[in-house]
Design a protein around this ligand. Structure first.
Ligand code: ACO
Length: 430
């Protein structure tokens, strides 16, 4: 056997499969030739042992609790950089120098405004529509508004589409919020920094001057950095799968937004906040811990556990710090939900069940409390996540389109339905 091969015997037939090595992380057995050589498929629902692509963008070591964007630790990026720097990094693979950064910031700023027709597009929605429903529609609609950047074979159009997505999603997200509270849309102001602009579009009203709190703007910026990319998670894989058919980037990102909406993914911070409100007091925590441990009870501790992190989610530590900073700035240090969260985290981290199953707080555990304190309604939480993740989706989509090995994604199945049956005409059926 070749030293870098894996050997597998399937129904008496032994074959060799190549083992591929990444820069870091587990080796990969390349099973692409398995079906051809043995006539069998692999079965891995949920992709727990399957790599779906090759990527240079994000690396996670779930056991150590490490997250790197293009090699840079998330802690450093969140501490010293800003969101647009992270966007540049994810799109181009290296940190910008000062001139690159200035140029990139300017480019994004020039694209914040959306086609004026969008304001009429919004009028079609009920005011009480969930903003995520509106976002799915708006992202899909971008392909109708921006025809000149949907030719995926043209690198120039791919770049324009990427910048448009990063620049316009905050405008659309703020419009979705304003629409839901019956307030007028606030146009972007290009002199402001990305996050300041977003806050102003969400919270300013035409009849008052709006002043930006730099601590709050910094907190939001950090939240965006933490959520910018996360390897081949469900929504990113959805974007890649949609894109693998050659669909345009706006349609692919709309698919990603739809996937992110689910409570096991982007909806978890909303679910976590609801859970903290339901717990209601520190005294009731043990009752909920017991429910989470009870196999017969479907209740799970929201904001705990992760498919990949079997250690403290590195984003959760930064999120916890940001949460404390925001609540201090807004004079909400005694917020009852924060007290419940701190106590719940402490109890769970010392509980045998959670230790044994390696269930640690994830990024969503503190983000809900923070976003609530910042004035966002729970229905907007996942929208903010989608806004931040759009750069990761775009970067991964571009990487896939530019990968010469790229093919349409087409999983196989273990068929367990009936084998061939004879058709009986309806008159003759019993
Ligand atoms: N509370 C209680 N028990 C849990 C929890 C939890 N939050 N999470 C996992 N478990 C238990 C499961 O019951 C299971 O127990 P078992 O082995 O006895 O059957 C074991 O831990 C493994 O759980 P799985 O569901 O198999 O793990 P998986 O990797 O599929 O799920 C997930 C990960 C979906 C995140 C899960 O931990 C969960 O539902 N957490 C709560 C929701 C949440 O916070 N999601 C946010 C994820 S982060 C993000 O998307 C940004």
């Amino acid at each position: 056997m070749q030293p870098n091969n894996a050997q597998i015997t399937v129904q008496g037939k032994t074959i060799e499969l190549p083992i591929r090595k990444g820069t870091i992380g587990p080796d990969i057995i390349d099973i692409a030739s398995l079906y051809k050589k043995t006539g069998t498929f692999t079965y891995d629902p949920g992709f727990t042992s399957t790599a779906s692509c090759e990527s240079r963008i994000t690396y996670i070591d779930g056991n150590q609790g490490i997250l790197l964007y293009c090699g840079y630790p998330i802690d450093d990026l969140a501490e010293h950089g800003d969101f647009l720097e992270t966007c540049y990094l994810l799109l181009f693979g290296s940190l910008p120098n000062r001139a690159n950064k200035k140029e990139f910031d300017h480019l994004v700023q020039q694209h914040h405004m959306v086609d004026e027709q969008f304001s009429r597009f919004f009028q079609g929605f009920r005011r009480d529509s969930h903003p995520m429903a509106v976002m799915v529609a708006c992202l899909g609609a971008m392909s109708a508004f921006y025809h000149d950047s949907i030719d995926i074979t043209d690198p120039q159009q791919r770049n324009i589409a990427s910048i448009r997505l990063i620049a316009k999603i905050p405008t659309l997200a703020a419009m979705a919020y304003k629409y839901s509270i019956s307030q007028p849309f606030i146009y972007p102001l290009n002199t402001l920094h990305y996050t300041e602009n977003f806050l102003r579009m969400c919270f300013a009203v035409p009849c008052e001057t709006y002043s930006i709190n730099p601590i709050i703007a910094r907190a939001i910026d950090r939240i965006f950095i933490l959520h910018a990319d996360h390897e081949q998670n469900a929504s990113t894989s959805t974007v890649r799968l949609a894109g693998s058919s050659g669909a345009n980037p706006f349609a692919c990102i709309a698919a990603g937004v739809a996937c992110l909406w689910g409570p096991a993914h982007g909806g978890a911070n909303e679910a976590c906040l609801k859970m903290l409100e339901e717990i209601g007091s520190v005294q009731r925590i043990p009752e909920f811990i017991n429910r989470a441990k009870n196999k017969k009870d479907p209740f799970r501790l929201m904001g705990f556990g992760h498919r990949v992190y079997k250690n403290y989610d590195p984003r959760a530590k930064i999120m916890q710090k940001t949460c404390h900073e925001v609540l201090k700035e807004l004079d909400l240090k005694d917020d009852p939900l924060l007290k419940i969260a701190v106590e719940l985290e402490d109890i769970a981290l010392h509980d045998e069940y959670f230790i044994e199953k390696k269930l640690y707080p994830n990024v969503d555990f503190y983000s809900g409390i923070t976003l609530k304190a910042l004035g966002f309604p729970t229905s907007m939480f996942t929208v903010l996540f989608a806004l931040a993740r759009s750069v990761g989706w775009v970067a991964q989509w571009k990487e896939m389109i530019e990968d010469p090995a790229q093919k349409i994604g087409r999983p196989r199945q273990l068929y367990t339905g009936p084998s061939k049956r004879n058709y009986i005409q309806i008159q003759k059926r019993p």
